[in-house]
Design a protein around this ligand. Structure first.
Ligand code: COA
Length: 144
């Protein structure tokens, strides 16, 4: 929350969920629930945000998990699945992640799924590093 818009009110949370469901209903890339399969426990989300970055439309991979489940590799596992879905199924040309320079955990997840720092910008008033990965780069690693 330190690196984003702060703790949401119930109303803001409902607005967020409504946005997620609207994208889903329209068949556009949206977010997935992240669960521990064996327990059925919901611990967060991972998926796609539609962002305007410096005047360009981008698809961002975003992730947010309950703190009890941090540092177990789960965001990396979820973001890897989202990345592969983006390139293999949705055939997106590229994906990005927008990351506050001090959000080391998020940066590590982006790096572990193969993203590299592209540029620094200001996004919604926050200093922001733009990490990116292109489909071409992904194909090099995933096609024999
Ligand atoms: C970012 C977030 C999703 C990461 O989830 P996670 O399941 O803990 O991520 P992983 O376990 O897959 O990887 C975390 C990596 O960050 C590293 N890390 C975590 N905290 C760190 C810290 N304070 N300093 C340095 N490295 C740190 C871990 O060691 C690990 O890297 P490694 O595999 O090289 O050791 C989680 O911290 C979160 O939900 N944060 C709040 C929401 C958020 O910031 N989302 C991203 C917005 S851009």
């Amino acid at each position: 929350m330190r690196f984003s818009l702060g703790v949401y009110t119930c109303e803001q949370t409902l607005g967020f969920l409504e946005k997620v469901l609207t994208l889903e209903r329209e068949g556009l890339p949206s977010k997935f629930a992240v669960e521990i399969k064996s327990e059925g426990t919901l611990l967060g989300y991972c998926g796609f945000f539609h962002q305007d970055v410096d005047g360009t439309s981008e698809i961002e991979i975003g992730y947010r998990l309950h703190p009890d489940y941090w540092n177990k590799g789960l965001a990396t596992e979820a973001a890897t699945a989202a990345r592969d879905h983006a390139f293999r199924d949705l055939k997106l040309p590229r994906v990005i992640s927008l990351i506050h320079p001090e959000n080391i955990a998020s940066r590590r997840v982006a790096e572990k799924i193969g993203m590299a720092l592209e540029k620094h910008t200001t996004f919604r008033g926050f200093p922001t590093n733009v990490f990116s990965l292109s489909r071409e780069q992904w194909l090099k690693e995933h096609v024999a």
